[in-house]
Design a binder for this molecule. Structure first.
Ligand code: M6R
Length: 607
């Protein structure tokens, strides 16, 4: 969602804030703004649209070495200059940026308006500035503490006051905030990508905490306003990892990184001697793993699709019941938490509100919830009872690609671990490990022949609707292919089990509606082939993703994308890469903003 940065130090704040906002633009990009403190005033600049629009109106020689900035993903109020952050009180002395939703803002606004406040925007966030002003008695940190007792909802707030030079105060409840500690300079940010160019030393702020910074000091208090002394952690990401490195887009870079990112997710976790895996971060003893009777997975979006593949795999090879469910649905249906059940909360960002709140609900009911996350130090891995980091490196493109295949890798390792404790033989384990280790090379070979996919994207870019169809392990991959296409090309796409089309979706088939079938050479191949023929019989154009040299499929399909013949268990990895590329090239063909598609944001920290 929204991105936040604050800087306090000896250097001019303007360029640091703008650079930080550029790095945060993937979090929200409908408008942006900064507020910089100088000589008892706060100069505020804000602009609808991209950071470039903002950069054009900020003077290069803007004075001031302490300031705050924000990239917005609109929740309350349309996208315009007035609704962009920062927001100020009537005097312009208190200036705030906010990520999250203030749920009681209507009541607060009515009360503040009764007291004479005039609002300049339609946002929920602006009430924070007026509320702080109405409570202010000379100390912003104390005022923030008072204000938090009146605010309901989620927030990462960063504020400054014109009368308190060189001071920024931040607070967090449900929206991420991190402190960056530099040499005589301090930063506050919604994620480390904004500050990694300046410092790698960070302190993660928890819900209920208030942080106050000056260039050389920071003061952190807990919910009871006692001072807390927290461990300083180190960011392991390098600056180069959040740059495009010669690729046209982050999405392209991230697709092409997959042979390496999958390898990183496996590294040090495969036990060749016993043909099993080590996942020390699960924090579970062998006995606890053996006593596990059920696995349940919660997630959203692409992470949910990884969970669906995992549920199928875990149940079939580890022989324990496993299901995946949308986190947003689980939270509100009063779920039953059974004994000996292991839950996984899967999230690339580790900050997705739907997944985080569902996880907390499960934990409240006594469940053990493990995280499968990418961003080290994010809220889900911090609050989970253990888990697996997927080590994909930063994923900046809004459309998730490499995180998906690394989430799958983590789940495949978990399935192997459990399976080897149950029915899977040593020989079976060896075969599984071999298959897993062959994935990076297979993907590498596919990435060296992308021309067919590029020309198919050109051929089909003009269509209005698309169906993605798969079965078994590859049914969730069809869902993922449809999600990818719709989110970055804006073509309407639906994913279905190929078996399901005869139960309704086949009514959509005509000469203008292509179907993309996933047809690996697995046990369901012939059935999918029949479904393809049903679509052809109704003049629907058919693209098939099948193994090299599958003539039966090629005879029926209009177009074919070939993948290497491999162990059937790893086909979800090999099937998803062409779909990622297909959506990428289609979006390019249509001139879409691939990395920052409309209406979306990378990390969805509101419900
Ligand atoms: O960070 P998470 O994995 O929790 O994010 C979940 C979804 O918001 C995310 O996968 C979303 O669907 C992506 N934009 C898909 O490409």
């Amino acid at each position: 969602m929204c991105g936040i940065i604050g800087y306090c130090g000896p250097k001019p704040a303007g360029p640091i804030l703008i650079q930080g906002l550029r790095r945060l633009e993937y979090r929200g990009y409908d408008s942006a703004g900064i507020g910089v403190l100088s000589d008892g005033d706060v100069a505020v600049f804000k602009k609808k649209g991209k950071i470039n629009n903002l950069a054009e109106v900020v003077p290069e020689d803007l004075p001031g070495t302490c300031g705050i900035g924000h990239t917005r993903w609109a929740t309350h109020g349309v996208v315009n200059d007035a609704n962009a952050h920062p927001h100020a009180d009537a005097t312009g002395k208190i200036v705030i940026v906010h990520n999250g939703i203030i749920e009681n803002y209507t009541a607060l606004r009515e009360k503040l308006e009764e007291d004479g406040c005039v609002f300049a925007s339609d946002t929920d966030s602006e009430v924070i500035a007026h509320l702080l002003a109405s409570l202010y008695e000379g100390n912003l940190e104390k005022t923030m503490a008072q204000a938090l007792t009146l605010l309901q909802g989620t927030y990462g707030i960063v504020a400054l006051h014109a009368d308190e030079p060189d001071t920024i105060v931040g607070a967090r409840n449900g929206s991420p905030l991190v402190l960056g500690i530099g040499d005589d300079e301090m930063f506050l940010a919604s994620d480390v990508t904004a500050i990694v160019a300046h410092t790698k030393q960070v302190v993660y702020i928890e819900d209920g905490e208030i942080i106050s910074i000056t260039p050389s000091t920071y003061h952190l208090t807990d919910q009871r306003r006692n001072t807390v002394d927290k461990k300083i952690e180190f960011i392991s990401w390098e600056l180069e990892e959040i740059e495009k490195d010669g690729y046209a887009h982050f999405m392209e870079k991230e697709i092409f990184e997959q042979p390496d990112s999958i390898l990183r997710a496996m590294q040090g976790r495969i036990d060749h001697e016993y043909a099993t895996s080590h996942l020390g971060g699960l924090n579970m003893s062998r006995a606890e793993l053996l006593n596990t009777e059920r696995v349940k997975i919660i997630a959203a979006g692409t992470s949910f699709h990884a969970g669906l593949v995992a549920a199928n795999l875990i149940e079939s090879i580890a022989r324990i019941p496993c299901t995946a469910e949308l986190a947003s649905e689980l939270r509100y249906r009063n779920p039953i938490v059974e004994r000996n059940t292991v839950y996984f909360a899967v999230s690339q960002s580790g900050e997705t509100a739907d997944t985080l709140y569902a996880m907390r609900e499960l934990q409240r009911k006594g469940a053990r919830v493990l995280g499968i996350c990418n961003v080290v130090g994010a809220t889900i891995p911090r609050e989970s009872d253990g888990g697996v980091y997927i080590h994909s490196g930063p994923e900046i493109a809004v459309a998730s690609t490499k995180a998906f295949t690394s989430q799958l890798t983590a789940f495949y390792l978990f399935a192997l671990l459990i399976a080897r404790m149950r029915d899977m033989s040593y020989e079976g384990g060896k075969e599984f490990v071999q298959a897993l280790e062959s994935i990076p090379e297979h993907i590498r070979s596919m990435l060296s022949r992308v021309d067919t996919i590029r020309s198919l994207a050109k051929k089909y870019a003009g269509v209005a609707d698309f169906l993605f169809l798969g079965r078994g392990l590859n049914y969730p991959v069809a869902l993922e292919g449809a999600l990818k296409l719709k989110e970055i090309s804006y073509i309407h796409a639906e994913g279905y089990s190929a078996a399901e089309i005869k139960h309704g979706p086949i009514a959509l088939i005509n000469e203008q509606t292509p179907s993309l079938f996933l047809v690996p050479d697995d046990a369901l191949r012939d059935k999918v082939l029949s479904n393809m023929k049903e679509v052809k019989a109704r003049r629907g154009p058919v693209i098939a993703v099948c193994v090299d040299g599958d003539r039966d499929v090629a005879e029926v399909a209009d177009d074919v994308i070939e993948i290497p013949r491999a162990s059937t268990v790893i086909y979800p990895f090999l099937m998803v890469v062409p779909l990622q590329l297909f959506s990428y090239y289609t979006a390019l063909e249509l001139g879409r903003n691939v990395d920052q598609p409309r209406n979306l944001a990378k990390s969805v920290t509101v419900e």
